[in-house]
Design a protein. Sequence first.
Length: 138
Amino acid sequence: MRILNLLSILVIFGLTLSTSAQNNPQIRACNQTGGEFKAAKTENDEVGLCKYGQAYIGTIDLLNYRDNQQGAQSLQTYIDGIQSCEPYGQMKTITILQSLSIDVCSFDDGSMIEAETLRTGRHDPRNAQLNRALEIRF
């Protein structure tokens, strides 16, 4: 009986998480484009990242890019083939799930991209999934 109750709780919990994920536009956009949503902490904020293979971008940046709103500086820098953070942005370290720290290039508009993703550039095979998600063709 305890096992049945535990399974019921896990199923309900899983359905609740799935429903809330689909209600969050950041998570939904990330998942719909083949990415994996990751919550991260900066020094004074929490942000959403979307992981494509080894590449990370901000989820708000992805939403704005997909909605054809004003492009995020992070993605525009990447698309333009610029492979260095400075002088365009500033380096920050953020933590994903209290275990993995990554360096990101943060821009004045609040957008961000993983520093390694930017450094390796749009032609690197490690960024192929990100390119597909952004529908970048060469």
